[in-house]
Design a protein around this ligand. Structure first.
Ligand SMILES: C[S@@+](CC[C@H](N)C(=O)[O-])C[C@H]1O[C@@H](n2cnc3c(N)ncnc32)[C@H](O)[C@@H]1O
Length: 267
């Protein structure tokens, strides 16, 4: 608890990201990872293997982008730094541990950015009213990247904005929220395809509750986007009991695609 409070108080964070709860989420992610390190190990290995394999499909050299770099739990940073001339890590927030880690690599750079371009317009709407805004992902300087990977971000993109809508605009109808969430996920795919010649992605595709090893609840995590069958998939035991529930275990199915540029615009 003390460690988390310290992190919360000392992590540099843009005011809007703090307001939308990204800082609290980042601190909670680190704490959960420390508690569940053993249960997460197969997932972490699968992510890192996938990212390294995806990067090998792109030509050596050039620039690489990691979107949703978070705490670098799932990112094989050394391999990426060795393969590409420059690696740009993009997230709404970069923890102090990440800033320290990055200092070890001369060719890794941090960019603090809302890749959906949603927080500013959503804040304006929540203050003044009106329909939920459309995402407007930013163009990054320096032209198209050789390689990009979106790390466990697609399913997460709408979560904090939807939480803010719940708290501050509870009257917004469910259908408008669903359209908003789908637009965020869809525009992320299109943005990735625009941003890099080869654009890999992994994300939760399903959330399962298990009781005594039996699936008792199953929910899609892709916001209604018709993604093709993934190139790789694996289970992530994200919250074995009693992490989230006294009896039930929470498991995510993760899907991974080596290159979304071929289908991003048709989803
Ligand atoms: C599930 S975590 C990913 C964990 C990370 N891949 C790792 O290895 O630690 C999702 C990440 O997406 C980031 N994120 C969520 N919405 C974002 C947005 N609009 N722009 C940029 N990053 C965002 C969060 O801050 C968080 O770090």
């Amino acid at each position: 608890m003390l460690r988390e409070a310290f992190e919360y108080l000392t992590t540099p964070c843009p005011p809007l990201a703090r307001r939308f709860g990204y800082l609290a989420e980042a601190v909670a992610l680190g704490a959960r990872y420390r508690r569940q390190r053993r249960a997460w190990e197969p997932h972490v290995e699968a992510c890192r293997r996938f990212v390294a394999e995806a990067a090998e499909r792109a030509p050596r050299g050039g620039r690489a982008l990691v979107a949703g770099s978070g705490l670098l739990i799932e990112v094989p940073l050394r391999e990426l730094a060795e393969r590409f001339d420059e690696v740009v890590l993009v997230d709404v927030i970069h923890a102090r541990s990440v800033r320290r880690e990055v200092r070890r690599f001369a060719n890794v750079r941090l960019v603090e950015l809302d890749v959906a371009g949603i927080l500013d317009p959503l804040e304006a709407t929540l203050r003044s009213g009106g329909h939920l805004p459309s995402p407007n992902p930013p163009e990054l300087a320096g032209g198209r990247f050789a390689f990009a990977v979106s790390c466990n971000l697609l399913s997460q993109l709408p979560l904090m904005p939807l939480d803010a809508i719940d708290r501050r605009a509870p009257h917004v109808p469910d259908a408008e929220r669903a359209t908003f969430a789908k637009a965020l996920a869809r525009s992320h795919l299109a943005w990735l395809a625009r941003t890099a010649h080869t654009a890999a992605l992994f994300t939760d595709i399903e959330s399962l509750w298990l009781d005594g090893g039996r699936v008792v609840e199953r929910e899609d995590s892709t916001w209604g986007i018709p993604l093709p069958a993934p190139d790789r998939r694996w289970d992530w035991d994200i919250a074995p009991a009693p992490e989230e529930d006294r009896r039930r275990d929470l498991r995510h199915t993760v899907g991974a695609w080596f290159d979304v540029t071929g289908f991003a615009l048709s989803c």
